[in-house]
Design a protein around this ligand. Structure first.
Ligand code: ADP
Length: 746
């Protein structure tokens, strides 16, 4: 069925032609009516003239033509009948007039409705929307100004064409479906893509309405189209931006979330999948998830949940930032510490609109914090037990920090601010120069500082402290070259007291040992003294004899007296040395010649050597070997080693008994004394215990000699050792630091 829809865009025929035709018809009718004897109602044809004028759309002209037709009809009637009015002529005139009147009224009414229609069409034309009307074959019958602007074709070009062919319509759903929906519901709304006259594409939002005639037959489709290309582009751009933002949010190494102002989760990023929560789980019925699902209670550790919920409720009530640390369960079931933080977003009236939150994994930090706390506690305990405090100081600013134990050692309140002045206030006045030298060394950038000094505490007690510090490397870019020092302050009061007590005990033990040795040497020493005395007596007698001669020989007498003096000195030296060794005294060091020291010691045991038929060989270094030592203690060591050697040799029957004593410069800073014998030697099993207290292989031995020797030598900064030479016997060596005059001057 090909039903044409009335063309709404009205096009008037040429008015002049119509006027001409109307005038011709009217004139013809009047001439026939007035001047021909025809007895027909020819005046009826005036209606044709009225209709012709009406077609021009001019209402006034139509009215005038209608009245003129009436007047011409009446005029022709009067003129053609004079007074001879028949009923038939009157009836014809009346019919004509009636016909003219009816046609005129109808024409005027038609004009009025046409005018209204034109107005409406003009209004439709004025709208910015593209309005297109096409019939059920898609043939365009109306194409408004908006459509011209949107698609580029003029109304004249578009009308009569098939709309979808003209604009190459493309849509998401097949055309047949749209037509089906139109027929079923009378309307269809959607988006279509079309091609303009210039070939560019346009996306339009199209609203289709089906028009049916009075019989209900579908006749035409009214399409209202809006260009949404820009909107579509913006939507696409917005979507792209949203996707980018989403990707960025998903890439954040934290669980990002938003919630409504009342705290209900609305969005979660992909990281939440690690705790088993998906975006689809959020948002209630909209996404199919149960609306009252409490995600937090599912993932937060039960022990942390209550506190977190309370804090969250408080934050929502007050609208303040939310922060909480809680354990959150991951997919693996493992709980990890997380920092849960959220900030409110507010509107212009300061009302909270929603919350933006991030959960950050702080497991590693938490562990590090715990480890740090533990190690700090351990360090604090260790410092307390070892009475060692730590002190750090920046040389440039004088800024200082110290540990609790350092504060306790100085006996200051724990909250006081550390400073050099506080340290100096506690330093014993006599030791203040030591502290000042520390400051000087620090300012000079000395890498290591190591000093001992004393503190005078508020109760008058004295503390001994040992301070060691080490310079840290300067920070790169620092303008000041002076470093930061980190040091340890050790309370050595106890150690010092113990050391002193030990030194005292050692000294007493050494004394006892010396006295014991003297006891052993008593007969030898007595012999060493009585022999010179006997020699003195003999020399005295000889001197007297030389003098009592009739001719006194003064030369011989003088020689005997010189001999007497030498023997007396020798006896005096032995007595002095014996007294020295027997005296109870504290250690006192002085600079001594090692060779002389060893020589003096030999004198005391010389007789003992003879008694045991031992031959002494001495090999002294010709250089002056100066040591800073306690004379008596070092002699004690030499005598002890010699006595052990003699005893080791005397237990052997036969063989040579040579005792060799050697002194020599070991290197730049040390001298070594060796006592070597040809005795029993040292068994391998004994060598490890030789210097231990109470180790002896002798029936009447105490086993303290070598132990005391080691203490003495180590207290002098040296070392002692025993060796077994290949040729047999034993060799005991002790090494002492060489005295350096320069060092003392420094
Ligand atoms: P004591 O002489 O009272 O035994 P020492 O401490 O002086 O105590 O000596 C410990 C032990 O070392 C001796 O008992 C001996 O066994 C061994 N000893 C020391 N010197 C020598 C040596 N020159 N030759 C062999 N053994 C030695």
């Amino acid at each position: 069925m090909n039903v044409r829809v009335p063309v709404i865009g009205l096009k008037r025929p040429d008015s002049r032609l119509l006027w001409g035709l109307a005038a011709l018809v009217a004139l013809s009718v009047f001439l026939i009516d007035a001047f021909t004897p025809l007895d027909i109602a020819i005046a009826v044809l005036y209606a044709v003239a009225v209709m012709l004028v009406a077609v021009t759309g001019n209402r006034r002209a139509t009215l005038i033509v209608a009245w003129c037709s009436v007047l011409l009809t009446l005029g022709a009637f009067l003129s053609s009948h004079d007074t001879d009015y028949t009923d038939a002529s009157i009836a014809r005139c009346a019919v004509s007039l009636l016909a003219i009147a009816i046609v005129s009224v109808l024409a005027l009414r038609n004009l009025a409705s046409t005018a209204r229609l034109v107005e409406q069409v003009q209004l439709l034309d004025m709208t910015h929307d593209a309005i297109v009307v096409y019939d059920m074959d898609d043939v365009i019958s109306f194409w408004n100004h908006g459509a011209e602007e949107l698609y580029g074709w003029t109304s004249a070009e578009a009308v009569g064409k098939r709309v979808h062919e003209l604009t190459h319509t493309q849509m998401a759903v097949p055309l047949a479906h749209i037509r089906q929906q139109l027929l079923a519901t009378g309307q269809w709304d959607g988006e279509v893509e079309r091609t303009r006259q210039d070939g560019t594409h346009v996306v339009v939002s199209s609203r289709l309405r089906l028009w049916r005639d009075r019989l209900g037959r579908p006749r035409a489709v009214l399409a209202t189209n809006n260009d949404i290309t820009a909107q579509k582009r913006m939507e696409a751009e917005l979507q792209r931006k949203q996707d980018e933002l989403r990707a960025a949010i998903d890439a954040i190494p934290g669980m990002v979330w938003t919630s409504s102002n009342d705290g209900k989760l609305e969005f979660v990023n992909r990281r939440w999948q690690e705790v088993g929560v998906f975006a689809a789980d959020i948002g209630g019925s909209k996404t199919g998830a149960p609306p009252d699902r409490d995600i937090w209670s599912e993932i937060v550790h039960p022990n942390d949940l209550q506190g977190m919920e309370q804090a969250w409720r408080d934050a929502i009530a007050l609208g303040t930032s939310f922060e909480y640390s809680a354990r959150v369960r991951r997919n693996s079931g493992e709980f990890r510490w997380m920092h849960i933080g959220a900030e409110p977003m507010r509107d212009a009236q300061d009302n909270v609109l929603r919350w933006y939150g991030v959960n950050t994994d702080i497991e590693e930090r938490k562990r590090a914090e715990e480890a740090l706390e533990r190690s700090e506690a351990l360090l604090s305990d260790a410092q307390r037990l070892s009475k060692t405090g730590s002190i750090a100081m920046r040389v440039d600013s004088g800024e200082m920090s110290w540990s609790e134990e350092a504060c306790r050692i100085y006996d200051y309140p724990l909250d006081c601010t550390p400073s050099v002045e506080l340290i100096e206030a506690r330093t014993l006045p006599e030791d203040l120069p030591i502290m000042q030298s520390v400051s000087r060394l620090a300012l000079a950038g000395e890498p290591n500082i190591d000093v001992e000094h004393r503190l005078c505490m508020p109760d008058g007690s004295i503390k001994h402290v040992h301070f060691v510090a080490h310079a840290l490397a300067c920070k790169a870019g620092s303008s000041d070259e002076r470093p930061e020092y980190v040091g340890a302050l050790i309370d050595v009061t106890e150690a010092r007291r113990t050391h002193e007590a030990l030194a005292r005990s050692m000294s007493e033990l050494a004394h006892v040992s010396r006295v014991t040795t003297l006891g052993e040497l008593a007969s030898s020493i007595a012999h060493e003294v009585t022999q010179p005395i006997a020699a003195i007596v003999t020399c005295g007698d000889a001197a007297l004899r030389w003098l009592n001669r009739p001719q006194p020989d003064l030369g011989e007498a003088a020689q005997s007296i010189t001999q007497m003096i030498r023997d007396a000195k020798r006896a005096g030296d032995v007595v002095r040395q014996t007294r020295e060794m027997a005296k109870k005294r504290g250690p006192s060091q002085s600079v001594l010649d090692l060779n002389a020291l060893v020589g003096e010691s030999i004198e005391l045991v010389r007789r003992e050597l003879q008694n045991h038929r031992a031959t002494l060989v001495t090999q002294f270094d010709p250089a002056a070997l100066q040591v800073c030592a306690d004379r008596v203690q070092i002699q004690q060591v030499v005598i002890n080693l010699m006595m052990n050697a003699v005893q080791a040799m005397s237990s052997l029957n036969g063989g040579t008994r040579r005792l060799t004593i050697t002194t020599r410069l070991l290197d730049e800073g040390q001298v070594m004394t060796t006592v070597k014998d040809q005795g029993t030697g040292i068994a391998d099993t004994d060598s490890a215990h030789l210097f231990s207290p109470f180790f002896t292989t002798k029936a009447d031995g105490m086993g303290m000699g070598l132990s005391i020797c080691r203490s003495i030598i180590e207290n002098h900064g040296g070392r002692i050792s025993a060796h077994s030479p290949e040729e047999g016997g034993a060799e005991l060596r002790f090494v002492l630091p060489l005295f350096k005059p320069v060092e003392q001057a420094a």
